[in-house]
Design a protein. Structure first.
Length: 343
């Protein structure tokens, strides 16, 4: 499961290498990762719904003060690495003389500046800044809008994911109907079907239903063979060109991928849950996602030798920085998170 999460995370910098650095040996075809960045983000939402349902149902619901412990655990998972990367952004802006609200260089109304600082620090509400105008993207540091969407679900999860299956399926059907209504009435993908939490909620709920499949499947003798089959099916989908012909994230072929992720996740998790290597690769997905734009911007501005492919340099440096952040920040914090989650 962790390997697939890292593949999804790498799909995002591959897209940004193409748009920022131009031609590179790092591209969808050469990396054999054909997943578009938008589908990768929504697949992450499905997987997040699965994981949050797993830990709430199997751990935090059984602990005294479990909801608050869950919130504390999620905060410790998200914020420390993010705050380090924010500091690195500020240092980069200061070094290059790039105006940024992080340095107080943007002469904006105080309320907007505070909104930008607070939302970029704690995620919540950061995706609303561009809704007031495309120029407000300068107040969004990196790709953190999706973390705001994640946090909304984290706040809801303890009150949703333990519901009876038929209730959860009802929520899921209603959320899917709402998203399909937006799509079929011509509501644009950007911003309303991408940055609007009610439109994205269906993916988390699909993941929550996927956890119920895992809870039924994991002790079955055929769980491992199904996991191998799921791994092969997901790997095939990642490299199959016909899967990546949709021009919109809600076209049938895109939903075929989301359905495959939802159906494959229970078996794939059952197959890989005890693998330390797979877990380590999965841990890198978060810093890769958060840090890659900073690294790409740095590579774009620095005077690298012309013989060195900038896209390849950006990807290697992103992976290296992510490994360092995991070792220096995430692993020490993980010990505290385990104490919070202990009985």
């Amino acid at each position: 499961m962790g390997t697939f999460r890292l593949v999804l995370a790498v799909a995002v910098p591959i897209a940004h290498v193409a748009t920022t650095l131009g031609h590179s040996v790092v591209n969808r075809e050469s990396m054999h990762i054909l997943v578009w960045s938008g589908e990768a983000v929504f697949a992450f939402f499905v997987i997040s719904g699965f994981y949050m349902s797993l830990i709430v149902n199997e751990k935090y619901s059984k602990l005294q003060g479990g909801t608050l412990r869950f919130y504390a655990n999620r905060a410790l998972r998200l914020y420390p690495v993010h705050w380090i990367i924010l500091i690195l952004y500020a240092l980069y802006y200061a070094k290059t003389g790039t105006p940024s609200f992080l340095l107080g260089d943007d002469r904006e109304p105080l309320a907007r500046w505070l909104h930008a600082v607070v939302s970029n620090t704690f995620f919540l509400g950061v995706e609303t800044l561009p809704l007031h105008g495309p120029g407000n993207w300068r107040f969004v540091v990196g790709p953190i809008w999706s973390l705001s969407i994640e946090c909304y679900f984290y706040l809801l999860a303890p009150f949703v994911v333990m519901r009876r299956l038929r209730v959860l399926l009802g929520f899921c059907a209603a959320a899917l109907a709402f998203r399909m209504l937006l799509y079929h009435t011509g509501v644009p993908l950007l911003p309303w079907r991408y940055f609007f939490f009610p439109a994205d909620l269906v993916f988390f709920l699909i993941g929550s239903v996927s956890y119920r499949v895992y809870a039924w499947l994991r002790d079955k003798p055929y769980a491992i063979p199904l996991g191998i089959g799921a791994a092969l099916a997901i790997a095939a989908s990642v490299v199959a060109p016909p899967m990546w012909t949709a021009l919109d994230l809600d076209q049938p072929v895109a939903w075929a991928f989301y359905a495959l992720v939802a159906l494959g996740t229970p078996a794939l998790f059952a197959l890989t849950r005890r693998s330390r290597i797979d877990n380590y690769l999965g841990q890198l997905s978060y810093p890769v996602y958060l840090a890659h734009i900073l690294v790409i911007d740095w590579v774009a501005g620095v005077g690298l030798p012309t013989s060195l492919d900038k896209g390849l340099a950006a990807l290697v440096l992103t992976l290296a920085l992510s490994a360092v952040l995991y070792a220096v920040v995430d692993r020490p914090v993980e010990r505290l998170r385990r104490r919070i989650g202990a009985a």
